[in-house]
Design a protein around this ligand. Structure first.
Ligand code: HEM
Length: 155
């Protein structure tokens, strides 16, 4: 096998996982905003769409967390406890998980409501905005922080 293949594959899965998780989570909360704003026969479809987007988001979560933990195992022994940016990043990842759980709870609650019940889009909008800010914060932490420990031999 080519040297660095496992690391390259893991980084590939990590970035694809991030796109899938964060993109689907943001699309899911956006579908819920629309569901709240537009009473009528389209509501059940939007609720179902949000549920389908959640499946993609969960797949992205599994890829991101699995590959991320593998990458951490490749770090030199002992460096984790002194790498503050990674502590901040993992704290922000926990916040994304909380946002994800709250979005799932909102989808489950709203899918059983009537087509014409009055709903406030505020909670879904807030979850959408917080997910976006966390995405910026996490990717910013990765690319504006030192030190990094993983290097693909071809780079
Ligand atoms: C439990 C969750 C996660 C763990 C354990 C984890 C761990 C890691 C590790 C160890 C690296 C390699 C760092 C290095 O260069 O030494 C990395 C890279 C990266 N992570 Fe994560 N990560 C997690 C979740 C996330 C999330 C949620 C995002 C984005 C929202 C993210 C975005 C990135 C990016 C953009 C890179 C850089 C990839 C590259 O260009 O090399 N990670 N992650």
């Amino acid at each position: 096998m080519m040297p660095g293949m496992n690391l390259g594959l893991s980084l590939l899965l990590h970035v694809v996982g991030v796109v899938l998780w964060m993109g689907s989570l943001m699309a899911m909360s956006r579908a819920l905003v629309l569901l709240a704003k537009r009473p009528g026969p389209g509501r059940p479809v939007l609720a179902e769409l949000a549920g389908r987007l959640n499946i993609m988001a969960l797949l992205g979560l599994v890829l991101t967390v699995g590959s991320g933990l593998y990458q951490l195992m490749l770090w030199p022994a002992g460096v984790f406890k002194n790498t503050r940016w990674m502590h901040h990043k993992l704290t922000a990842v926990i916040a994304v998980v909380v946002v994800h759980v709250l979005t799932i709870r909102l989808q489950r609650k709203w899918r059983s409501l009537g087509e014409n019940d009055a709903l406030r889009p505020g909670p879904a909008s807030a979850l959408h905005g917080i997910a976006g800010l966390l995405l910026f914060a996490i990717v910013g932490l990765v690319y504006f922080s030192l030190p990094h420990f993983l290097h693909i031999p071809t780079m």
